[in-house]
Design a protein around this ligand. Structure first.
Ligand SMILES: [Zn+2]
Length: 103
């Protein structure tokens, strides 16, 4: 039987919307700052695209990046522990290369 994953302190919808609104949907990475939403460039004018995500500053679950065991569950899933960033693999790769001084 597979081992169950540790419980996660995921953001609720209102926190995700707050993080998005705080930056008007612009990626918070100063090297990126792309607008994460826009129209769908197809025949779907009723839809919008989104490449943004509400990311935890300290991990949502034990074992994740920068997990802080001293933080309460409520603190971990609050907007003060979140940041709005893009989820664009191409830009992430480009920024990683730039950070390593290869571009
Ligand atoms: Zn970005």
């Amino acid at each position: 039987m597979p081992k169950s994953a540790p419980p996660r302190d995921d953001f609720k919808r209102d926190v995700i919307e707050t993080l998005y609104r705080q930056v008007s949907g612009v990626c918070s990475n100063p090297d990126c700052m792309v607008v994460t939403t826009g129209p769908v460039l197809t025949l779907a004018p009723e839809k919008s695209s989104n490449i943004g995500v509400a990311a935890h500053i300290t991990a949502a679950a034990k074992g994740g990046p920068r997990y802080d065991p001293a933080m309460s569950s409520a603190e971990r899933k609050s907007a003060s522990n979140g940041i709005w960033v893009c989820h664009n693999p191409a830009l992430k790769a480009k920024n990683e290369v730039r950070r390593k001084g290869r571009a």
